[in-house]
Design a protein. Sequence first.
Length: 219
Amino acid sequence: MDVADGCAFLFVCLPPSHPLLYEWVAVFERSGGVPSLVKTRLTGTQRLTDTYRWLNELPLRDGADAIKVGWCELTTTNTAGDVLCRNAWASSEPVTRDNVVALVAAGRSRWKIENENNDTLKTKGYHFEHNYGHGKQHLAALLTSLNLLAFLAHTVLDLLDPRYQALRHVPSRQTFFGHPRALTRYLLFVSWDHLFDFMLEALEPAQPPPGRRSRGTRR
């Protein structure tokens, strides 16, 4: 990855994977030269303390041509001093007191992508698996690309299309995918608009008008 070409990066950086970088961190620790920032926050009834540390111009690996990176670390403790979370990242961006919190939040968001978006692709109807058996050349990559494009289109619709939002509000994602599959097997729709209008009209009787009491409700 060439930083000179504008390819910025932010990735997890821990002692087992980057021992030389942590030798430099240890040198600065012994001299008291590691800046820190401490913030407290409430999570429910629990008070947590986030301690941020950072350094810059550290070599990512051994060698004269090693990339110099910014390094930042987050340690979260509770009131008893127990460490609940500790992680660190290497960044192509210099780390400062002004941006360390944002950089750590961005680094932690990669976990969110792995555990939410990828989980959706694997378990919510997209059938995206770690399967390398499709084809001998480029078929696996093609199927993955089509899957990701479908997920992108559905995400945009979920954000911007009121009809799609109304349809997705009723069933689960996986159940919803089965509806167009079944309908288009037996009925002809001239467009997606026609299909969505048909589905919304069919769902309308199941939606009680605002303010109407359900049958059996005590007045």
